[in-house]
Design a protein around this ligand. Structure first.
Ligand SMILES: Cc1cc2nc3c(=O)[nH]c(=O)nc-3n(C[C@H](O)[C@H](O)[C@H](O)COP(=O)(O)OP(=O)(O)OC[C@H]3O[C@@H](n4cnc5c(N)ncnc54)[C@H](O)[C@@H]3O)c2cc1C
Length: 186
C-alpha cells in the first residue's frame, strides 16, 4: 500500500487546462423536511478570528524569530499583527523556549503557509523555516545581519536592529533563492 500526504496550502490551485471531462448529469432531489421548519437555520455568521485562525488560512502573518524575542518586541509584533489584521507566526527555537505554542510555528515541521503578506522579523531564514513559506505572496524581512539568508527569499529586506538602530533597504534576490531552494535536496 502506498500513502501520499500533502500539506494544506503547499500548492497553489492549478488553472483548468482543458482536456476531456466526464459529463455527470445533475439531478434535482426533493428532500422532504421532517416538519414545516427547515432542519438547519443560520443564526449568525462568524468570520474566523485573525488572531487565532490556523496559520494555514491566514492572509497576513507577522513572524517573530529569536531576534524578535523579548517581552517588548513580542508585544510590538503582536500589535503590528493586530493592526494588519494578521496572525502571529514564529520559528522553532521560539516554540522550544515556550514563547509560542507549537501551532504558531512555520516551517518544515510546522505549518506550511500561503499568506498574501509574510513579515519576517528577526528570523534567519533557515531552510527548515523557509520550506514553510514557499507559497507566500509578498515577503518582507527585517534583520540586523545583511547576510541573513531570509533576505534571499524576501521581496523587500530591511537591515535594521529591531531594538533600534540604523536601517537600510536591501535589494531582493528572491528569484535566485527560489531556484536554489528547488534544487536543494532536504
Ligand atoms: C529536524 C528539524 C526541523 C526543524 N523544523 C523547523 C521548522 O519547521 N520551523 C523553524 O522555524 N525551524 C525549524 N527548525 C530549526 C531551524 O533549523 C532553525 O534553527 C530556526 O529556524 C532558526 O530560528 P530563528 O531564525 O528564530 O533563529 P536564528 O537562526 O538564531 O536567527 C535569529 C536571527 O535574528 C537576527 N537578529 C538577532 N537580533 C536581532 C535584532 N535585534 N534585530 C534584528 N534582527 C536580529 C539574527 O541576525 C538572526 O538572523 C528545525 C530544525 C531541525 C533540526
Amino acid at each position: 500500500m502506498e500513502v501520499a500526504t500533502l500539506a494544506a496550502a503547499a500548492l497553489a490551485a492549478a488553472a483548468p487546462t482543458g482536456g476531456e471531462f466526464e459529463q455527470v448529469p445533475i439531478r434535482d432531489l426533493q428532500v422532504p423536511a421532517a416538519s414545516g421548519e427547515p432542519a438547519i437555520r443560520l443564526l449568525e455568521h462568524l468570520p474566523p478570528d485573525f488572531r487565532t485562525v490556523d496559520l494555514v488560512h491566514a492572509r497576513r502573518i507577522v513572524s517573530a524569530g529569536l531576534g524578535g524575542d523579548g517581552d517588548e518586541l513580542l508585544a510590538s509584533a503582536q500589535k503590528l499583527a493586530e493592526l494588519l489584521q494578521g496572525s502571529i507566526g514564529t520559528t522553532r527555537p521560539m516554540v522550544d523556549e515556550g514563547r509560542f505554542p507549537k501551532e504558531r510555528m512555520v516551517g518544515q515541521t510546522g505549518r506550511t503557509v500561503a499568506p498574501d503578506l509574510y513579515l519576517a522579523l528577526g528570523l534567519s531564514g533557515s531552510p527548515h523555516h523557509v520550506a514553510g513559506i514557499q507559497g507566500a505572496g509578498t515577503i518582507i524581512a527585517v534583520n540586523r545581519d545583511p547576510r541573513a539568508p531570509i533576505f534571499q527569499f524576501a521581496d523587500t529586506g530591511y537591515v535594521a536592529d529591531l531594538r533600534g538602530g540604523a536601517a537600510g533597504a536591501r535589494a531582493p534576490d528572491r528569484g535566485m533563492a527560489r531556484w536554489r531552494l528547488s534544487s536543494t535536496p532536504w
